[in-house]
Ligand binder design. Structure first.
Ligand SMILES: NC(=O)C1=CN([C@@H]2O[C@H](COP(=O)(O)OP(=O)(O)OC[C@H]3O[C@@H](n4cnc5c(N)ncnc54)[C@H](OP(=O)(O)O)[C@@H]3O)[C@@H](O)[C@H]2O)[C@H](O)CC1
Ligand SMILES: [K+]
Length: 510
């Protein structure tokens, strides 16, 4: 059940989508039938979203994306719309299903050069989809720029032309659509920026591609939805004790910088850790004591004191980094926690502390994961792009890597779950599993928001959720908390929204 629902959230590579098509066609559904259904889905979206759009332009490229445009044009013509089709290559040059679709269309067709967006109420973009192979240039690039400058709404077929389905990158230039109709499953480029913003509202149409094909294909990248992790979350039981829900620890920074750790600690408690303790340097104990209530407080002045605290094996999840200060102490504490068998969320200054010797961190993470014996990553890294660059400079600067590729490579190298933050946060595990998040609002880009996230991750780890699922769940919840609050959000507001998020999670399906 959980497996099937997760498969609904799969994001397919070009090769995986091609394989799903191939298996479907081999099982008896001809390609032209898939194209016809794709066209019906596009026409349905157009008629439902733009009931008043009379003058419709269909732009048709040289491949099957263009074939979909011809087939959609034919349906809209039959529905009584004033349709004109503009083609990048003459119809007689098309091949296969696209040639058949073009032959079945008997409305007006002209070369692309005759297209003027101002003369239409709506434009259907069928220039390029999954087959985009290089940057747009010349006549097509100029046309796309004129189209974007015009006020005419655009519905894109499969992907806005110019957007890479694999990475969400703009190749040359790309269509800015109001809506995009894709088929069978989304692709990473629908969720990764800037692709996500170019897509507008995405509708996924089931055109009859066999979903059982996914069992053979076994995709490893998913939209971050509860189906991925809800079955791995700990549910507090009636007979449970607070120790059943784990004991999280947050390291506080010095007296003048304790707020970030308190945000993380409060979030950890709200997110379900049974107990949360702040480990504070001596100089910050008073200021922390003055602010904490349910969160407990312990002095932790140096590695000796830390070693003695770590003797308590009930302390099982740690947050190090928010407001902590970068340097030798952070490195020593992180290594000590991992060596003691704790699971560690390393954020902010904790990440930056390893910029001169990332390999030391990766070696500690590898040793900790091996010592666990269940190959479960003991380390969760939560960098924004600047922090990511400090630990993985070569991956960050390599040409042609998507955010998804970057997070996956980093996770493998660091032997850690990597949460590469942003509007399109990617969560990646060393074994190649990845999730792209779609919850949240622009208000999440606020001071302290990341500190709260690290606390929510730690709460899931403390309760025994595996690291990938813990991180993915936390990112989703963090985004949902922001959505639940709405405008005017500051980081302090997020923990208080978590009860609503949990209630919503219980009430809804995947
Ligand atoms: N199950 C499904 O998802 C179905 C999808 N359908 C639709 O099919 C397209 C994919 O079709 P495909 O033919 O593979 O690819 P495209 O139509 O996107 O584009 C390929 C052609 O475009 C040329 N190309 C590529 N990049 C450029 C560029 N920058 N400038 C100019 N021309 C370009 C490419 O030329 P090559 O020289 O590289 O060969 C091709 O001619 C999918 O997106 C759906 O819309 C099916 O209708 C049904 C099932
Ligand atoms: K397109």
């Amino acid at each position: 059940m959980a497996q099937n629902q997760a498969m609904d959230a799969a994001l397919l590579t070009l090769a995986e989508m091609g394989e799903a098509d191939r298996l479907t066609i081999a099982a008896g559904t001809p390609g032209i039938v898939l194209m016809e259904r794709a066209a019906e889905a596009i026409a349905e979206t157009v008629l439902a979203r733009y009931p008043g759009a009379e003058r419709v332009a269909c732009l048709a490229g040289p491949g099957n994306n263009g074939g979909d445009a011809y087939a959609a044009a034919a349906i809209l013509l039959r529905a009584g719309r004033e349709v004109r089709l503009f083609h990048l290559v003459p119809p007689e040059k098309l091949q296969g299903d696209a040639a058949n679709a073009a032959a079945a269309y008997d409305g007006p067709a002209e070369p692309l050069a005759a297209f003027d967006a101002q003369s239409f109420d709506l434009v259907i973009d069928g220039l390029f989809g999954a087959g985009l192979a290089r940057p747009l240039e010349g006549e097509v690039a100029e046309l796309v720029e004129r189209l974007n400058a015009a006020a005419t709404p655009v519905v894109a077929i499969d992907l806005p032309s110019g957007i890479s389905g694999a990475s969400g990158a703009v190749l040359g230039t790309a269509v800015e659509a109001e809506a995009t109709v894709t088929f069978f499953r989304r692709k990473p480029g629908h969720l990764l920026e800037p692709g996500r913003s170019h897509c507008g509202a995405v509708a996924v149409s089931d055109i009859g591609v066999l979903s059982t094909a996914l069992e053979t294909i076994a995709p490893k990248c998913f939209e971050n939805r509860p189906a991925l992790w809800r079955h791995r979350l700990a549910v507090p039981s009636d007979a449970g004790h607070k120790y059943d829900r784990g004991h999280a620890v947050v390291f506080s920074g010095p007296a003048s910088r304790t707020g970030a750790a308190r945000l993380a600690a409060t979030a950890a408690l709200r997110a379900g850790a049974g107990l949360v303790t702040m480990f504070s340097p001596a100089g910050a104990v008073l200021v922390n004591a003055a602010h904490l209530t349910a969160v407990m407080l312990k002095r932790c002045e140096d590695t000796d004191e830390l070693a003695s605290h770590l003797g308590d094996t009930r302390l099982n999840a740690f947050v190090l980094g928010p407001g902590f200060g970068a340097g030798e102490t952070a490195r020593a504490y992180a290594e000590a926690v991992l060596a003691a068998g704790g699971r560690l969320v390393l954020d902010a200054d904790g990440i930056s502390s390893f910029k001169d010797d990332p390999e030391a961190l990766f070696a500690a993470a590898r040793a900790a994961s091996e010592a666990r014996g269940d190959s479960e990553p003991a380390l969760v890294l939560t960098p924004h792009s600047g922090e990511f660059k400090r630990l993985f400079p070569d991956i960050a600067s390599a040409e042609g890597l998507s955010k998804l590729d970057q997070a996956r490579l980093a996770a493998e190298r660091a032997c850690a779950v990597v949460v590469l933050k942003g509007r399109d946060t990617v969560i990646a595990a060393p074994d190649g599993r990845a999730a792209i998040n779609a919850t949240g609002t622009p208000w999440l880009a606020t001071a302290g928001s990341g500190d709260v996230l690290s606390g929510i991750v730690a709460a899931q780890l403390a309760q025994g959720t595996p690291s990938f699922e813990a991180a993915a769940a936390a990112v989703w919840m963090h985004g949902k908390a922001a959505e639940a609050f709405g405008a005017g959000l500051i980081a302090e507001d997020l923990p208080g929204m978590l009860p609503k998020v949990f209630a919503g999670l219980e009430a809804t399906g995947p």
